[in-house]
Design a protein around this ligand. Structure first.
Ligand SMILES: Nc1ncnc2c1ncn2[C@@H]1O[C@H](COP(=O)(O)OP(=O)(O)OP(=O)(O)O)[C@@H](O)[C@H]1O
Length: 243
């Protein structure tokens, strides 16, 4: 069953040529898709259309759920400086009602799973960049979204922190059976995370590459299958082969 479907979606910013031009995409429930493509090809715009933050000029976005079932993580963590970490995580709840005990426990559990339990009472500026990204992830997961949309959430992080966050994101999404659409420039990141890599070119999906890897451990990054998939994505992006 598909949770999200883009049917011939077209979108232009007023006075500009189309940014998204006939995009088709189908994301099955529980699947992890990565959108990769050159700067300016329309990835963020596609994500905003999927989230309902932008409305297509033509075509349809079909999401089998309610708007509150969608979580969004941006490139910068966008945490509220005057709130403690735990209150930042609970923000989507607080916007509706005073958090209940079970919601507080759930927020603490998310922080625990992301290795931040002892930082719950700190302010965001007392955390490192990677820790702040984890808080943003916990905040996006607090309402248990069925669809999680992420726009280069780890782009500003160092390579080691990035690998750890990729591993933790996969574990969290598997545990909660979250469906994911993840935008990245990084081919290795896309191949490590995704069941399917969607290559975006000229505002549409030019190719979808199924990723078949046995296990998403750190070791898989050095496997022949991983390198092969990276080459496939590079070819779809018209980049020169590495070998
Ligand atoms: N508000 C806007 N008004 C006019 N044009 C816009 C607006 N926002 C984005 N664009 C244009 O739409 C195109 C696609 O932008 P988008 O942010 O979707 O690309 P992207 O693939 O996410 O890029 P990057 O990888 O650099 O983040 C770009 O040419 C951009 O200049």
């Amino acid at each position: 069953m598909s949770l999200l479907k883009l049917e011939d979606v077209r979108f232009a910013f007023p006075g500009w040529p189309p940014t998204v031009d006939g995009a088709r995409l189908e994301v099955a429930a529980g699947a992890f898709h990565c959108l990769v493509g050159r700067s300016g090809c329309g990835k963020t715009t596609l994500l905003k259309l999927a989230a309902g933050l932008l409305v297509p000029d033509s075509g349809r976005v079909v999401f089998a759920g309610r708007a509150q079932d969608i979580g969004f993580v941006f490139q910068v963590p966008n945490l509220l400086e005057w709130l403690r970490v735990i209150d930042n995580v609970l923000l989507p709840v607080s916007l509706h009602h005073r958090p209940r005990q079970e919601e507080l426990e759930r927020a603490l559990q998310l922080l625990e799973q992301l290795g931040l339990r002892e930082h719950a009472n700190k302010r965001p500026r007392q955390l490192s960049g990677g820790q702040q990204s984890r808080v943003a992830l916990a905040r996006a997961l607090i309402l248990q979204p069925s669809l999680l949309l992420l726009d280069e959430p780890f782009a500003a992080l160092d390579a080691i922190t990035r690998e750890e966050l990729q591993r933790d994101l996969l574990a969290m999404c598997r545990r909660q059976r979250t469906t994911v659409l993840f935008v990245t420039h990084d081919i290795g990141e896309a191949v490590y995370l995704a069941d399917a890599v969607d290559v975006v070119e000229g505002g549409r999906i030019s190719q979808e590459i199924a990723i078949d890897l046995p296990e998403r451990t750190g070791a898989v990054r050095t496997s022949a299958a991983f390198a092969r998939h990276c080459e496939q994505v590079r070819a779809a992006l018209h980049l020169e082969a590495l070998a």
